[in-house]
Ligand binder design. Structure first.
Ligand code: AMP
Length: 377
């Protein structure tokens, strides 16, 4: 059995984005040394790391250098080639595994895993040609949504097919004509997500569901805990735990779900910290980033309880009007608002640059204040 990696050791993080940056902050607070690996020299996690390796995912010499001296390796980005993780795992324990990553990064494998595991998900069919798509819409029905199997996130690589009048050839061309998944449209009332952590020896910790509100397919607001009945929250947590067990997760997993008529339909899995869990940094006993570190290192897992109702609002590049740095004092003037900026440099529209978390005595107030701070920028 793998021994825990105690604070003082070195953690390697594959990927250098904001999720890696915040995991690195949590790891350093615990006294770990941190090494990051990313194809970009300017990756925002690099500023927090003791060392940063800039190289391509397939550069085995660089991966060997990166892994040397690491006691554990993890990842923060879903589209890393599983072969990279497999290569690193030959010399250092790497969590999550290449197989968990391969399942979660491809919608076909993900859906097939969910269906085979008896987890409720939208009805779907795998399609690899226009003819198969034409046949699949007949069995799935309208409305439905066609998604690419690979590299989909934040609504990218998706086409909604509302009615039988939809142009299937155009939809097929739009997703690039590769393998796709045709999914029944779920008329949900709410989108929620649940974070679950699991260690190599099977210990688990699960968070309350967060309620997610999107704008232009990108997460805008995340409210915690979600405004759902206790029984629905229990079902959501139980499903997340069951998925973690069945996929043999080691690390942290975010499970995105739809709530439809009080029942849960699982949409997507992300085996890493998640945007909808950022409020845990300021509003829960243990942040998702520290939990991620604890889980991959085999440490005792931390408590997950919310300390207060919270609202997290994303700061996209759009907030930098004409490239001007916003007046952050407007946020900092609110005594219970926490500002997180990722130091990414160039602010492009839609680019996740930071977030604000507001805690309050109730969720409505937290939400109102978070929206007001966002609007004031
Ligand atoms: P995804 O990239 O699969 O997470 O999808 C992005 C967003 O599209 C989700 O957060 C939903 O708002 C919406 N969506 C995706 N799949 C479905 C579906 N089967 N039914 C209804 N809405 C969906």
């Amino acid at each position: 059995m793998e021994r825990p990696l105690q604070p003082g050791g070195t953690i390697g993080i594959l990927g250098g984005g904001q999720l890696g940056r915040m995991s690195a902050i949590a790891a350093r607070r615990l006294g770990y040394k941190v090494r990051t690996f990313d194809p970009s020299a300017g990756a925002c996690a690099a500023a927090i790391a003791d060392e940063h390796v800039t190289a391509d995912w397939s550069d085995t010499a660089a991966l060997t250098r990166f892994a040397q001296g690491c006691g554990r390796v993890t990842l923060e980005f879903e589209n890393i080639p599983p072969a990279t993780v497999e290569f690193v795992a030959k010399s250092v324990p790497c969590h999550p595994s290449a197989s968990v990553l391969a399942t979660c990064q491809n919608r076909r494998r993900e859906k097939e895993f969910l269906r085979a595991s008896g987890i409720p998900c939208a009805n779907f069919a795998v399609v690899s040609s226009l003819a198969e798509l034409q046949a699949a819409v007949k069995s799935i029905g309208f409305p439905c949504v066609l998604k690419t199997a690979d590299f989909g996130y934040d609504g990218k690589g998706q086409v909604k097919l509302p009615t039988a009048e939809a142009d299937l050839a155009a939809a097929w061309a739009k997703i690039g004509g590769a393998v796709g998944v045709l999914e029944a449209w779920v008329p949900f009332q709410m989108e929620i997500s649940v974070l679950v952590a699991r260690t190599v020896d099977g210990r688990t910790a699960v968070y309350d569901p967060a309620e997610n509100i999107h704008r232009n397919h990108i997460l805008h607001l995340s409210l915690s805990p979600a405004r759902i009945p206790a029984a629905t929250a229990d079902e959501a947590r139980a499903l997340a735990l069951s998925i973690a067990e069945k996929i043999q997760l080691v690390g942290l997993l975010a499970v995105e779900m739809f709530v439809q008529d009080g029942r849960i339909v699982v949409n997507e899995l992300a085996p890493r910290p998640h945007n909808s869990g950022h409020q845990t940094f300021d509003a829960n006993e243990t942040s998702q980033f520290e939990q991620h570190v604890r889980a991959v290192c085999g440490l005792p897992l931390g408590g997950t309880k919310p300390l207060a109702p919270s609202a997290m609002v994303n700061l996209l590049g759009d907030v930098w009007r004409n490239g001007q740095e916003p007046d952050w004092t407007k946020v900092l003037a609110d005594p219970s608002a926490k500002l997180h900026l990722y130091d990414k440099g160039q602010a492009a529209p839609g680019r996740k640059m930071g977030h604000i978390t507001v805690t309050a005595p109730n969720l409505e107030e937290a939400m109102r204040r978070a929206e007001a701070l966002h609007a004031a920028l």
